[in-house]
Design a protein around this ligand. Structure first.
Ligand code: BES
Ligand code: MN
Ligand code: ZN
Length: 487
């Protein structure tokens, strides 16, 4: 689909349909349609008692008119609207255009289509247009393609940026949706290498022998029960001139999580192909960064493994030395993500960045605490966390901070014969997992951990998401890196 901006007079545009976005009880903004059309549309809306509540759609047919169909899309109350309102509304509009087999349309926003709104609309269009249907051998009837959407009086640069970010997110979604028989640690590493070739990034892949030699026995242990060995992936983007900052983005890369010897039951094992969502987000971020070219050095790190039960699998009671020298006792092989991240964070810290963000589908406990639409945020730096929260408000990716200062809770992972144990009991499970990770973050590095177990995967279609991988975290990390570039 092509998304462009239209700067001319609306009456000079030969187009079959228009989409007009309106705030609740502010139908006067429909006047952009031109006097004749807007009068007719308003009349039709008054008959239907249309209000403009969020998601409320009205299709108005204008036979014989220049624009034959006008979709009016409600944004809800103006006082409650933010950029994500426009992202969601644009996605709703695209889904409707698809359903109605409408090839092209022009989007009219209430008020000025400034930078932020133009970007959000472009993102909503691309995200809303997403579907994962490559394994449907017969193309479905409803797979109609909308050819072009023009954003009336939109900001061209902002639209371009929005398209790039949303496409990176869709790329991550595609990878998340690939099943474990297609994406395993080896093929995930191949994907990273392909990405690096296409976009001129550096990419180093370490195999299971390298992983052991480098002392990453935690990642290696998690992967050793699988017929497909683990891989460690390091992507690098270096700016042309002097870098303003250095940041590492780490993603949990469990291509499938069966639980290992502490095997999951069927219901919980289902969808565990999504346990690589953090890694897929890292790949999406690196893809976009290679094109955005900020003056910031960005590293993408993935410890890829498949958690399987077998005669070679790691066991409860095992004691493993991680890359930073700390010993981990395994209580439960299903708390594997933090074990792989122990090495990934140790490695990331050796790169001496000022900041690390990790994204991980780490705990069911985080979903119990915050629900499935919000990521848990954990940090060792209030300042860094504050900035991520600000950015996340703009991107519409919900995050909520959970505390790291509970000393008694911290003791729960400091028990047993080793330095740390990989579970901390039932209560505060998302927090003890984050505290475990903190053991592997180097001195003086600002760190944010996002537990994306909930929002990485959608069980329903809502806003700009459909069932499946969401690519959560891609846009927030990208906007944060672009912010570093601006200072
Ligand atoms: N990958 C899971 C967490 C998860 C659960 C992600 C549901 C997405 C949806 C993780 O590896 C896991 O199994 N965590 C355990 C930890 C427990 C054994 C301490 C959990 O949350 O039950
Ligand atoms: Mn697990
Ligand atoms: Zn897992």
């Amino acid at each position: 689909m092509k998304v462009s901006v239209y700067k001319g007079e609306l009456r000079d545009l030969k187009i079959k349909s228009a989409v007009a976005f309106v705030y609740e009880d502010e139908l006067r903004t429909l006047s952009k349609l031109g006097r004749g059309v807007s009068t007719k549309v308003k009349k039709a809306l008054s008959i239907e008692d249309y209000k403009g509540k969020e998601g409320e759609i009205e299709k108005v047919l204008l036979p014989g008119q220049r624009i034959e169909v006008v979709y009016v899309i409600g944004l809800g109350k103006k006082s409650e609207a933010d950029t994500d309102t426009f992202r969601r509304a644009s996605a709703v509009a695209v889904k409707r255009l698809k359903k109605d087999k409408m090839e092209e349309s022009v989007f009219l926003l209430p008020g000025r289509a400034g930078g932020k709104l133009s970007q959000a609309v472009a993102e909503g269009i691309i995200l809303g247009d997403y579907s994962f249907d490559k394994y449907k051998s017969k193309k479905e009837e409803n797979e109609f393609e909308v050819k072009e959407i023009r954003i009336y009086e939109g900001d061209e640069e902002a639209v371009k940026k929005g398209l790039l970010l949303a496409e990176a997110q869709n790329y991550a979604r595609n990878l998340v949706n690939e099943p474990g028989n297609v994406i395993n640690p080896i093929t995930l590493a191949e994907e990273a290498q392909k990405l690096a070739r296409e976009h001129n990034l550096k990419c180093k892949v370490y195999d299971e022998k390298d992983i052991q030699k480098m002392g990453m026995l935690a990642l290696w242990s998690v992967g050793k029960g699988s017929a497909t060995p683990p891989r460690f992936i390091h992507l690098t983007y270096e700016p042309k001139g002097k870098a303003k900052d250095r940041i590492v983005i780490v993603g949990k890369g469990l291509t499938f999580d069966s639980g290992g010897l502490n095997i999951k039951t069927g219901d919980y094992m289902r969808t565990m192909k999504m346990d690589k969502s953090g890694a897929c987000a890292v790949l999406g971020i690196m893809k976009a960064i290679a094109q955005l070219k900020p003056s910031v050095e960005v590293h993408g790190i993935i410890g890829a493994a498949e958690n399987m039960p077998s005669g070679t699998a790691y066991r409860p009671d095992d004691i493993i030395r991680a890359k930073n020298g700390k010993y981990i006792e395994i209580d439960n092989t299903d708390a594997e993500g933090r074990v792989t991240l122990a090495d990934a964070l140790s490695y990331a810290s050796e790169l001496k960045p000022s900041k690390i963000i990790d994204m991980a589908t780490l705990t069911g406990a985080c979903m119990v605490a915050l629900g499935e639409y919000t990521a848990g945020l954990f940090t060792n730096s209030g300042r860094f966390a504050q900035e991520i929260k600000e950015v996340a408000r703009e991107t519409g990716e919900r995050v909520w901070e959970l505390p790291m200062d509970d000393k008694r809770l911290r003791k729960k992972i400091k028990k047993g014969p080793a330095d740390v144990v990989n579970t901390g009991g039932r209560y505060g499970g998302a927090i003890t997992a984050a505290m475990f990770l903190e053991e592997f973050v180097g001195e003086g590095i600002e760190w944010v951990h996002l537990d994306i177990a909930g929002p990485a995967w959608s069980r329903e279609s809502y806003g700009y998401y459909v069932e499946g991988g969401t690519g959560f975290g891609v846009r927030t990390c990208l906007e944060y890196i672009l912010r570093l570039d601006k200072r």
